[in-house]
Ligand binder design. Sequence first.
Ligand SMILES: Cc1cc2nc3c(=O)[nH]c(=O)nc-3n(C[C@H](O)[C@H](O)[C@H](O)COP(=O)(O)OP(=O)(O)OC[C@H]3O[C@@H](n4cnc5c(N)ncnc54)[C@H](O)[C@@H]3O)c2cc1C
Length: 462
Amino acid sequence: MYTFTTDVIVIGSGFAGLAAAIEAAGAGASVVVLEKLRAPGGNSAISDGGIAAPGTTYQENAGISDTPGLMYQDMIEAGEGLNYPELVKLITDRAKDVFLWSRDDLGVKYLDRVDIFGGHSVPRCYTPESISGADLIKGQLARLKEQQVPIRLGAYVKTLLQDEAGRVHGVGFLDGYRFGKPERGSEKTCFASKAVIVASGGFGSDVAFRQAQDPRLDDSLGSTNKRFATAEVLKDCLRIGANPVQLSRIQLGPWASPDEHGFGAGPLFGDYVVIPYGLMVDPATGSRFVNELSDRKKLADAMLSKERPVLGLADQTGVEVAGWDLSRSLKKGVVKTYPTLDELALDYQVDPVSLERTLHRFNQMLRTGHDADFQKPIMPKAAPLEKPPFYAMRLWPKVHYTMGGIQIDTSARVIHRDQHPIQGLYAAGEVTGGIHGACRLGSCAITECLVMGRIAGRNAAR
Ligand SMILES: Cc1cc2nc3c(=O)[nH]c(=O)nc-3n(C[C@H](O)[C@H](O)[C@H](O)COP(=O)(O)OP(=O)(O)OC[C@H]3O[C@@H](n4cnc5c(N)ncnc54)[C@H](O)[C@@H]3O)c2cc1C
């Protein structure tokens, strides 16, 4: 069987794996990245690329006061205290550094704006100009090219290999793999003289595995993830004794549309317009039912309790204040516009009188600056919804992110179920568990991938 040896093997070419590879190579190690797909980037490349960081000049210019401590508190609150505090502290302390690394070292151009997503107490999220994680992936790949780090595509890792002392010292993989056609690949082995880093992402599309963790998440529920987001490497980590953490904590994206597949175009309206500047309405009653700026878990739970899609609404002023180009979602018909509220109500079969009453009350509260019904924080630029056209989108949660995974420590070492580090094994990114607890806040995954990926790379190269 064909074998080769390197210092460090990285499994997966998303944000976490590429960050780890850059740091390991920068520390002088020889590195290979193994990626099962024919293109690098994983879910990272299809993400919005939004990254969270406190204490930036973008915030300062917008008059927003923020600290790592405040971001820490927000993450712990959304996580219902299930988060591993030392990991959250590390990530929030280093968030600004990795944001600046992505911009100044890797060349990502960010929009000159700061956004807020549900559960953050202040705006602290930065979006690339392209509204895509592909920019950061491109910057990471360019750096790895300079460093002459090979990325082997079509390399599907099947097994972690251990020596007699239990140290992870390599992987068995299928070379020439095509997604869904394992018989095409040929068996190969790669040995690592220093360490293996697992960065194989989440398991949002692995219906059997996710449903075993949370029986409600069957295949009737859509997912924002690509089909390759499966659990095989995670399961192999468990086989060799890695400790599973909070695997049943799976996030549903509450800003998704049931009228399109995958992530789609709708979330730009749902997450960036409705949540900060609009309102959500239960079509059965025509009433609001939740603080729209709640974290994703609270929002998704509230929606699921309605047992059918709810409506996200905004008006022309809200859309202008938010400042996003909604042409894709409008063209797809996922977001629709109406000259009057009555026409909107008719189309979605909502009682027009109740809807009018709800909007009237919501507008009154916007004027007073206080949401007496659901305590939604009122954004400084939020204005009463009065200017047509009125925008509407059906909202229904989709499987988005897996908070659970394998246990790591602050050195990114993988922890055995007997609570000692597994020698030679590091991990970073969505495959790890315990950082976000019950609920990940928007934009914190990328921050986490970069902080923990870089730590894993540096330590693996030692
Ligand atoms: C549509 C969408 C939008 C998002 N938007 C944001 C956002 O704006 N901000 C934010 O913070 N988070 C966002 N997220 C979440 C965030 O993008 C992910 O959590 C993060 O990118 C995961 O990075 P990763 O490196 O851990 O894994 P991934 O990027 O998924 O990479 C893992 C890689 O490992 C490979 N792999 C898996 N198994 C094997 C194997 N057996 N052998 C070899 N290779 C393997 C996969 O093919 C994949 O390429 C979004 C997620 C989605 C799905």
